[in-house]
Design a protein around this ligand. Structure first.
Ligand code: SF4
Ligand code: SF4
Length: 392
C-alpha cells in the first residue's frame, strides 16, 4: 500500500499552545503528519510483527539496568475479547524487549470483580494465559490494593492541575502500550489514549476521572463493621447510628476505602458526564507520557466489541477483525484505528447496523463523542491527528 496522508487534524500553525505542548512532550518541534504502520490480519505472524517492530525503531533504553513496562489489559473475569497472550508475546519478542527487565502491567479497578486487589488480579491474568516463561511477568502497577500512587503536575494549559498515577511509573524507564481497540460506555471508544489515561491511573485517579471524586456509602448495605474507618487515613469515615457516614469535607478521594468494605457498601459516584470524563482521561494520558517515555504504541483491531475488556463478552463485535496498527504517536494511532473501523462494513450480529463509512461507536452511543479525546489530545500536544498510513 502506498503511504497515504489521512486524518482530520488542524494545522499546527493554528495553535501556539499545541506547539509548546508538543515540544514539551516530544522534546522537538511539532510534526504535522505522523507515521502509522498497518499489519493486516493475514500477516499477523512472527515475521509480520518483526516488520512492524522494525519500523518503530529503537525501543530498548540505552542503560543496561532500565526497566520496560508493557501496558496491557488481561481482561476481566468472563471477558474473552482481550488481546490474546500469544499475540502480546509475538509483539514483545519482535520489539526485542530485554528479558528480565521487561514486565507486563495494568492497574486495579474501582468496582467489584477479580481486579480489585493485586493477588486476585495476578490469578486472573494467569487464568487468561498471561504466564511466564512465554511472557514477561505480570506486575500490578498500583500496589496490593490500588493505593500505590504518584502525583504528577500537569502543564498550565490542561484543566486538571495534577494527576494521580500508578506508583510503578516512578520506577519505570520506558514503556510500550498495547491496546485492544473497542467501544466504551463513556469514552465512546477505547484505544491507546484510554489505555494510558485510565489504565495507568491510581484508584484515586480513576475516581477523579469517573466521578465528583468522593465515594458514597450505599443505602442498606452497611453493617457497621468499622473496617473502612481503619483504612481511611483522613478520618473521613465514622460510624453513626450503626452505619458508616462519609465526611466529604475531609475525604481526599484517594479511593482507599473502596476495596476494604467486606459488604460492598462503599461505591463510586458514577456521575461524570462523558465530555468531562474524556477531557480528564486525555489529560491523564498526557501526564503518563510526561512521566515515562512511551516508545511505541500498538492498537489491535481484533474482536472490536461494543464494550471494554472490563465487561463480560457476549460474542458480538462491531466489525470483522482488521489487523494491528503501530505508531510512536498515540493520537495518530487512535485516529487511524477509528478511521479503519469507520470504513469497515458492520459485522454479522453487530449491535448496530450502518453502512461502511459510518462511525460505529457514535451510532452505538450518540451521547458520547469519542473524537473529543483526539481533539483534546492534539490540542494539549500529545500528537497529530494527521497521519501517513503505511502497510508493512
Ligand atoms: S467497611 Fe463497609 S460495612 Fe463496614 S462500616 Fe465501612 S461501609 Fe459499613
Ligand atoms: S476515599 Fe480515601 S479519604 Fe475518602 S473516605 Fe475513602 S479512604 Fe477516606
Amino acid at each position: 500500500m502506498d503511504p497515504r496522508i489521512l486524518g482530520n487534524g488542524s494545522s499546527r500553525k493554528e495553535s501556539r499552545t499545541a506547539d509548546t505542548a508538543f515540544r514539551l512532550y516530544w522534546g522537538r518541534k511539532a510534526v504535522n503528519v505522523a507515521d502509522v504502520y498497518f499489519l493486516p490480519l493475514a500477516d499477523m505472524n512472527p515475521e509480520g510483527f518483526e516488520r512492524l517492530a522494525s519500523r518503530a525503531g529503537r525501543i530498548v533504553p540505552k542503560r543496561g539496568t532500565s526497566l520496560v513496562a508493557v501496558k496491557i489489559h488481561p481482561g476481566e473475569d468472563g471477558n474473552t475479547a482481550f488481546i490474546p497472550p500469544r499475540l502480546i508475546g509475538m509483539m514483545v519478542k519482535a520489539l526485542k524487549l530485554p528479558v528480565g527487565r521487561t514486565f507486563l502491567t495494568d492497574t486495579t479497578v474501582l468496582y467489584g470483580g477479580r481486579r480489585m486487589s493485586a493477588p486476585d488480579y495476578h490469578l486472573l491474568a494467569h487464568e487468561h494465559g498471561f504466564t511466564m516463561p512465554d511472557l514477561p511477568p505480570f506486575i500490578v502497577a498500583d500496589g496490593l490494593r490500588g493505593t500505590g500512587e504518584l502525583k504528577v503536575e500537569l502543564p498550565s494549559w490542561c484543566t486538571t492541575r495534577s494527576a494521580r498515577l500508578a506508583s510503578i511509573l516512578g520506577e519505570t524507564d520506558a514503556a510500550v502500550v498495547l491496546s485492544h481497540f473497542k467501544g466504551h460506555s463513556l469514552a465512546g471508544f477505547g484505544g491507546a489514549l484510554k489505555n494510558l489515561g485510565m489504565g495507568l491511573a491510581s484508584r484515586g485517579g480513576k475516581l477523579f476521572q469517573h466521578s465528583s471524586v468522593k465515594p458514597r456509602v450505599r443505602d442498606g448495605r452497611c453493617t457497621g463493621c468499622g473496617t473502612c474507618i481503619e483504612s481511611c487515613g483522613s478520618g473521613a469515615l465514622t460510624i453513626e447510628s450503626g452505619v458508616a457516614v462519609l465526611n466529604t469535607g475531609r475525604c481526599t478521594g484517594c479511593g482507599g476505602c473502596l476495596q476494604r468494605c467486606p459488604s460492598g457498601a462503599i461505591g463510586v459516584n458514577w456521575d461524570m458526564a462523558s465530555g468531562e470524563f474524556i477531557t480528564r482521561m486525555t489529560e491523564y494520558a498526557l501526564a503518563v507520557t510526561l512521566t515515562v517515555k512511551v516508545k511505541f504504541y500498538a492498537n489491535f483491531l481484533l474482536n472490536v466489541t461494543p464494550d471494554c475488556d472490563c465487561m463480560k463478552s457476549d460474542g458480538h463485535v462491531l466489525v470483522d477483525d482488521i489487523g494491528v496498527l503501530g505508531s510512536r504517536d498515540p493520537v495518530a494511532l487512535d485516529q487511524a484505528s477509528l478511521d479503519m473501523v469507520t470504513a469497515a462494513e458492520t459485522a454479522e450480529g453487530s449491535p448496530v447496523k450502518c453502512p461502511a463509512g459510518t462511525d460505529k461507536f457514535t451510532a452505538l452511543r450518540p451521547q458520547c463523542n469519542g473524537s473529543a479525546a483526539l481533539e483534546t489530545a492534539e490540542r494539549i500536544g500529545m500528537g497529530s491527528r494527521r497521519y501517513r498510513l503505511v502497510e508493512v
